[in-house]
Design a protein around this ligand. Structure first.
Ligand code: GDP
Ligand code: MG
Length: 383
């Protein structure tokens, strides 16, 4: 999952680190002339680093010692880390430390952040999300002081992690809490699933029914895809396999009526959750969108969940936007995450429509569904 996103981000971290560090090393090479001068002025047998050790001079007059002390102070601000760094493990491993503290400037990172933005866009991250990530990373990096070469990589990684966590953090309601709340009112939680054909709505409903059964809740399924040939048979097959009650009418029946009956059944039988399957439709199909609105009007679902195929990247984001405009969605399930290397939809969709991703579909069997948590995603990408 998300392999190429992972590669892209670690590549970007490497590039930013290399660029900023190399420029700084070059700038510091130029400064070696200055360092040489200081050592000369001190006029002792000790070298530059020796000066910085606690007792660099054992010979010479008091006056000479005072000169040395003064010179040491003048270069102190450039060298205040040297002592600790000399004993630092990193130095032994050959990583360079900077003699002075460099402050990262906008100019240092501008070009390379543009490259990061391009990399994100190529990975199907939505434009506004890529821009937001880059701006957050820039704000975080500019003005930071670097003391040693690998600071840049660490800071960049942290900045990216923070930027991505922020992007993913969309307020979300816990479904368990909702079920419990509804139970207290003697009502089932009604969830309606929308999305275009083939994204995985029906499979996801079967997976979620299994998920809820394992949590000791009792679901009922409404076969409200009365439009597509074979849809009722497909969902009946799943319901039978997992042992869940299904409410169905004939092909071509009113989907809202099917959903209504399922809610009725759940209320009468004291069931906890109604899962309403719907026919796939293009987000541009007005008639079918109207049908969605009708189901919504009739059963007043507590949650409308958009089901999108992660593999379709930006298309999934655009579909979610359209469904949100038409019926108002409360959350997202992204399917086929198991086959998704890019991670663009997973990164973008919640931010773009400001609705949380609730679950990820991770395969074709009933147990292949996981609850989505922003921290989990961050760990997948940076862990
Ligand atoms: N690899 C993988 N395939 C999935 C996943 N979810 C659904 N599918 C497959 O996607 C295809 C379409 O699923 P279906 O539930 O019929 O989509 P619907 O038209 O939206 O109801 C089926 O072949 C499913 O097995 C998933 O998370 N991972
Ligand atoms: Mg279906």
């Amino acid at each position: 999952m998300f392999e190429s996103l992972k590669k892209r981000l670690s590549g970007a971290i490497g590039k930013i680190s290399d660029k900023v560090s190399k420029e700084e090393e070059e700038a510091q090479k130029k400064d070696e002339t200055l360092t040489g001068k200081v050592t000369k002025e001190v006029g002792t047998e000790t070298d530059f680093y020796g000066v910085l050790q606690k007792e660099p001079v054992t010979k010479g007059t008091v006056k000479e010692k005072e000169t040395i002390k003064a010179s040491t102070e003048t270069i102190e601000e450039k060298t205040d880390e040297i002592e600790s760094l000399q004993s630092d493990e990193e130095d032994k491993s050959g990583l360079l430390s900077f003699i002075r503290h460099k402050t990262i400037s906008e100019k240092d990172v501008d070009d390379i952040l543009f490259e990061l933005e391009m990399a994100l866009l190529e990975g199907d991250v939505a434009l506004e999300v890529a821009e937001q990530i880059v701006n957050t990373v820039k704000e975080d990096l500019v003005g930071r002081k670097i003391k040693r070469r690998n600071d840049v990589a660490e800071f960049t990684k942290d900045a990216l992690k923070n930027a991505i966590s922020e992007i993913l953090n969309v307020d979300s309601q816990d479904i368990d809490d909702l079920i419990v709340e509804k139970r207290k009112q003697g009502e089932p939680l009604k969830i309606m699933f929308v999305g275009i054909n083939g994204t995985g709505k029906t499979t996801t409903i079967a997976k979620l029914a299994t998920f809820f059964i394992e949590k000791n809740y009792t679901p009922v399924i409404a076969a409200s895809d009365t439009f597509r040939a074979g849809a009722i048979e497909q969902i009946t097959h799943h319901a039978d396999k997992i042992g869940v009650k299904i409410i169905k009418h004939k092909k071509g029946a009113d989907p809202a009526a099917v959903a209504y009956d399922a809610v009725d059944h759940a209320k009468a039988q004291g069931k906890d959750i109604v899962l309403v399957d719907t026919a796939g439709r293009m987000q541009t199909n007005v008639n079918l969108m109207d049908e969605m609105k009708k189901i919504k009007r009739v059963i007043k679902p507590d949650l409308i969940i958009f089901v999108g195929d992660a593999l379709t990247g930006n298309d999934a984001v655009e579909q979610a936007r359209k469904f949100d405009e038409a019926v108002g969605i409360d959350g997202v399930i992204l399917t086929k995450a198991d086959a998704d290397a890019k991670g663009g939809a997973a990164l973008s969709i919640g931010y773009v429509i400001n609705k949380p991703i609730q679950f990820l579909g991770t395969g074709q069997s009933y147990s292949d569904i996981i609850e989505f948590h922003p921290n989990w995603m961050v760990e997948q990408v940076f862990g």
